[in-house]
Design a protein around this ligand. Structure first.
Ligand code: ZN
Ligand code: ZN
Length: 664
């Protein structure tokens, strides 16, 4: 459920989707602009005081400064009055600056009046250009497109500037049909070759995901700049073609922040988290500064990899480079700390955040819930409601997970109902999954089964898997068998179904059934994804696969492992091979579990880290029974805290116990 929930977060909070923006709303820049407006007006006032009369060159720059400064009301109006007084309102450049001012303020009607007045007096293309780019500035892209059509209908010849503006608007609203018509006109008009127009064409097709055409234009360009390259790279990234993007990226003559960020975002979106961090490292070697968007992706990669050291380091990087922790970065940090199992630090970030959005609250609730702080997560939910932040479907996944961890079945049912009735959220498969988990964990297996029967949609393999896991813990082989059957119907090669079913038989001493199941698996030959554990050490991510001998310290690791197993056996550890499905002798089977990737990772951590540091591992599959038992003992024997994030949940091992209370 955790994985599913976090995936939903990724989709909904939009972090991985903030692909390479060309326009960066850095507040520092904005402040400089608004100061520019005030300075410009002050300069103008000084000029008047000296008795200098304004001319046709004075107003355009003054109006542009005012328009950039957010085009706030009184200032713009005052300047407009001066224009009228000076009698320069018919001047084409002055008039188009006024049009830009009004359009960029979102006052399209006033801008249109000025435009019409201007069309009578000539100088039309400049005025139309101002009109269209003004709409773009306030993101009224549909208006930009319509204005372009009006302009052509009025018989006014577009210029290169017009094409750049309208193509950008077409890209933003992904209107490829209008984009193609504009393209045709561009070709006929003879403005080509023109770098800005060609870039705009590439960008428009890339935004509309027509990469074939975008690449064709790109290949045909005589001159390219960093913007041209970045447009195609971002386009490929959006389509998930990271390798193609990488190939182009490697050929780029020079790269800027936006191009590096596009590449890093691409890696994160395609779950290539290690590559994302490597790319970020290369970016630093190239002395290109990261920005807020880069950092969100880097922190997201750290969260997925459980790379706490690197995640902590990003904060130093940000303070060193003056990158402010905005709401997106704050949310990413909360998620990163939660996924690394240090919810206290996540909460600290939460407290420090001055601006919070619903994703901030939801991320915090989920973080508390999956780390076993059920009550606190529910408190957080009530606080969220109090500040009038509306919970969404992901918030409820957090709340229901919290109830599951705290064993609050009645509360969970209440929340489930209020989600539907008060918040009008239709429960999804994931919400039902949470309910099955909640009921199953507390042993209400029959009710869980009934709930599955009442679901409006077809239950998927996760739902049956959750129920099956519950049956294993509570030793209910009757419902368990049914769940396993359904699970295998949906997913015949699901190794977890066999493993859990076999566990369950073993638990109720049905050895004949264990043998029969084992036989069936041998005949079928179930495929099992190789287990893989990640661990971060001194800023580097180390990856271990079961039985892996590729690590540079392999020899030391295996001898440490032997020593560790001897210690464990001395403390009463008996290897549990019920989950080993290979036809080998008992001794060989023990070897299989001994060499599981998480054990290798722990042996490596014991060798390479200080004895007071917690060991953090990210595992791609569900942890097996034997590893779970062994790690519990390790935490007691060596006095080490071990945190394993496996495919479905968190295991926080301390003093011989696990936070999952052996339920996973
Ligand atoms: Zn294992
Ligand atoms: Zn556990």
């Amino acid at each position: 459920m955790l994985r599913a929930a976090s995936r939903a977060r990724g989709l909904l909070d939009g972090t991985p989707h903030r692909a390479a923006p060309r326009w960066n709303p850095a507040t520092a820049g904005f402040r400089a602009y608004s100061r520019g407006a005030e300075d410009a007006v002050a300069g103008y006032a000084g000029m008047l005081a000296r008795g200098v009369r304004p001319d046709a060159y004075t107003f355009p720059s003054l109006l542009k400064a005012v328009a950039r400064g957010g085009a706030s009301g009184p200032l713009g109006g005052a300047v407009h009055a001066h224009v009228v007084k000076s009698g320069l309102e018919r001047n084409a450049h002055v008039a188009s600056s006024l049009i830009l001012l009004y359009a960029a303020r979102g006052d399209g009607a006033a801008a249109r009046v000025l435009l019409d007045a201007c069309a009578v007096g000539g100088g039309a293309p400049v005025a139309w250009n101002a009109f269209i780019s003004g709409h773009n500035r306030v993101k009224r892209f549909v208006q930009s497109c319509c204005s372009f059509v009006d302009m052509v209908r009025a018989g006014v010849m577009p210029t290169a500037v017009t094409y750049v503006s309208v193509l950008s608007a077409c890209g933003k609203v992904t209107d490829v049909l209008l984009g193609m018509q504009v393209h045709k006109r561009v070709v006929e008009s003879g403005v080509l070759p023109d770098l800005a127009v060609e870039n705009a064409l590439v960008d428009m097709y890339a935004e509309c995901t027509d990469m074939d055409t975008a690449l064709k234009i790109f290949d045909g360009m005589q001159l390219r700049n960093v913007v041209s390259w970045t447009s195609v790279i971002s386009g490929l990234v959006r389509l998930g073609q990271v390798d193609g993007a990488r190939a182009l990226f490697d050929r780029m003559p020079e790269r800027d922040t936006v191009s590096w960020t596009a590449m890093i975002v691409g890696c994160v979106q395609s779950a290539r988290f290690r590559e994302a961090l490597e790319t970020f490292r290369e970016m630093q070697y190239s002395n290109v500064r990261a920005d807020e968007f880069t950092m969100v992706s880097v922190i997201t990669a750290c969260a997925q990899l459980g790379a706490l050291e690197m995640g902590e380091w990003t904060r130093i990087y940000m303070s060193r480079h003056g990158i402010k922790v905005d709401v997106f970065i704050g949310n990413a940090l909360i998620d990163m700390y939660s996924k690394c199992g240090i919810v206290e630090r996540a909460f600290h970030v939460f407290k420090e955040m001055r601006i919070r959005d619903k994703f901030t609250w939801t991320t915090m609730i989920l973080g508390l819930a999956v780390n076993g702080y059920g009550e606190e997560a529910i408190d957080m939910f009530h606080r969220m409601i109090k500040v009038l932040e509306a919970p969404d479907e992901v918030t409820f996944i957090g709340v229901l997970t919290a109830c599951t961890h705290a064993g609050l079945v009645d509360k969970g049912r209440e929340f489930f109902l209020s989600m539907i009735e008060t918040y009008k959220i239709t429960p999804s498969l994931m919400h039902y999954g949470c309910m099955i988990d909640l009921l199953g964990r507390s042993g209400k297996l029959a009710e869980a089964l009934t709930t599955i029967g009442q679901m409006p949609m077809t239950p998927n393999s996760t739902i049956w898997g959750t129920l099956l896991a519950a049956c294993r813990v509570h030793g209910n082989s009757e419902i368990g068998e049914l769940a396993a059957e359904r699970l295998l119907e949906l997913d015949p090669e699901n190794s977890m179904a066999y493993i859990l079913l076999s566990n369950m038989y073993a638990k109720s001493s049905r050895w004949g059934d264990v043998r029969r199941l084992r036989q069936a698996i041998m005949e079928k030959g179930i495929k099992k994804e190789p287990g893989c554990s990640l661990i971060e050490m001194n800023g580097m991510i180390h990856e271990f696969v079961a039985g892996d001998r590729s690590h540079l310290m392999s020899k030391e690791i295996y001898s440490k492992l032997d020593k560790m197993l001897t210690d464990l056996r001395g403390a009463g550890y008996v290897p549990d091979v019920t989950e080993v499905f290979v036809e080998v002798g008992e001794e060989e089977k023990q070897k299989v579990v001994y060499w599981h990737s998480e054990k290798l990772a722990i042996a490596f951590a014991l060798l390479s880290s200080e004895s007071n540091v917690a060991i953090r591992i990210v595992k791609n599959l569900r942890m097996c029974l034997d590893c779970h038992n062994a790690i519990k003992l390790i935490s007691k024997l060596y006095g080490r805290e071990v945190i394993v994030r496996d495919r479905t949940r968190f295991h926080h091992f301390r003093h011989g116990f696990c936070s999952c209370k052996d339920y996973w």
